[in-house]
Design a protein around this ligand. Structure first.
Ligand code: JFZ
Length: 421
């Protein structure tokens, strides 16, 4: 079935995004020092003046964006989205509009500039995450009193969202004019239940969403946006949630979507939270996402010293091993029209069907309506797998090894090529 994409004509061409399928999310900022949660300022009711002091403590002596990018690339990720500013308002670039920025810490350098240079060097697409919420800006309005603003001066101050709008606009203009070509702008506005009122009552008018969009497109006409400007367009970003099938709008247009997922439930570096997803689970998450026509943006939180911890590195290494053998079943693929066999996922490009075996079968994989297929093979070594096609029932049967690793991929040509939207 052919359907049209739900994608504004005036946005950039999303072809690269649909081809690449796999990206790295990086959440990094002052909150890494607390090593709990990027929401720590609000959750632990840390007053603004207190939280600001973290900037004096911040000395990421191991931070090396070239290393981040190299690790992402070797694990098969094709784009990286970095937090230029999270809700705490601390800026990772040398903004002219605030002193609350990385260049005023012991690090001294503009890490966004370094990150962008590293991505270009490695041919990795560049994404900027930017929070619309700002706990630090004195004119970001908030519904109710907040611990961060609990002193008398803060209480009595008149807040004027228009001042914040201008700040937001100017900073985003810096980000899209000072660093050359940017491929993806990832806005963040959250209606999270952890929100404590920061988003309450707010919508696109509060940050002049259309104006921001127009300005960015003016400088970067090829750019892609996610959907969190609140305009109900762009890359749809369900968070820590896997849909059951490709996503469509109410009128049947195909949505471009991206699963954003954590390693252990928090976005920021958190060594005390040991609920890590296994490498096997993360590989399956990637496959599951692509089998439903989505992209996976997998999050990593560098430590306060700026490097990936060993848990992250172990996962990156495991992803690298799998992607080396199987990337062909990910890049440029998407949902198949074939009916999925039990305990499997299917991805397809053209007439190449990939059967991702999630749980090893009892010697037989039943694939319906296969037609007359000449061969099947394992993707990782091209070793042949016997196929038996029963004329009437069109059951695909192969006499496979009794056991093998999970997430093994079989590849076979199918008669009807996939129609790409
Ligand atoms: C937001 C942030 O608050 C969070 O810290 C992190 O950066 C994440 C990627 O984005 O949290 C959200 C945003 C949207 C939803 C949930 C949490 N949502 O749409 O359900």
């Amino acid at each position: 079935m052919t359907s049209t994409l739900d994608w504004p004509d005036r946005y950039g061409d999303p072809s690269w995004f649909l081809q690449d399928r796999f990206g790295m999310f990086i959440h990094w900022g002052l909150y890494a020092l607390k090593a709990k949660d990027e929401w720590v300022m609000t959750q632990d009711k840390i007053a603004k003046k207190e939280y600001e002091k973290l900037a004096n403590q911040f000395n990421p002596d191991l931070a090396d964006p070239y290393e981040w990018v190299a690790q992402a690339k070797q694990s098969g990720m094709k784009y990286i989205v970095l937090t230029t500013k999270h809700h705490d308002g601390f800026c990772l670039w040398d903004s002219a509009y605030t002193d609350y920025k990385i260049t005023n810490t012991a690090y001294g350098k503009d890490i966004v500039a370094e990150f962008v240079a590293a991505c270009r060097n490695e041919n990795i697409k560049i994404g900027f995450y930017h929070s619309l919420i700002d706990w630090h800006h004195e004119h970001y309005t908030i519904d109710g009193l907040h611990p961060q603003r609990d002193d008398e001066a803060e209480r009595s101050r008149e807040r004027d969202m228009v001042v914040y709008q201008t700040y937001l606009y100017n900073q985003i203009e810096e980000l899209v004019t000072k660093y050359g070509r940017i491929d993806y702008f990832w806005f963040d506005f959250s209606y999270d239940d952890r929100d404590w009122g920061w988003s309450k009552g707010k919508g696109p008018a509060d940050w002049q969403a259309e104006k921001l969009e127009n300005m960015i497109l003016n400088y970067q006409p090829h750019i892609l946006f996610n959907n969190r400007l609140g305009l109900d367009r762009g890359v749809y970003t369900p968070e820590q949630y896997q849909p059951t099938e490709p996503l469509y709008t109410d009128n049947g247009k195909k949505r471009i979507w991206e699963a954003c997922q954590t390693l252990n439930g928090t976005w920021c570096y958190n060594p005390t939270n040991l609920h890590y997803k296994s490498a096997e689970m993360l590989i399956k998450l990637l496959i599951d996402t692509v089998s439903k026509d989505g992209n996976l943006l997998l999050n990593f939180g560098p430590t306060a010293r700026g490097n990936f911890d060993s848990a992250s590195t172990d996962i990156l290494n495991a992803l690298q091993t799998w992607m080396n053998d199987h990337h062909d079943a990910i890049y440029g693929t998407g949902a198949s029209y074939m009916e999925c066999p039990q305990d499997c996922r299917l991805t397809q490009k053209g007439n190449r069907l990939f059967i991702h075996i999630f749980s090893w079968p009892f010697r037989t994989i039943h694939l319906k309506n296969l037609g007359n297929v000449k061969y099947a093979r394992f993707l990782h070594d091209h070793s042949e797998v016997p196929v038996v096609v029963y004329q009437d029932s069109n059951i695909f049967h192969h006499d496979m090894p009794v056991v093998a690793k999970n997430e093994t991929v079989l590849e076979l040509p199918v008669i009807k090529p996939k129609v790409t939207v």
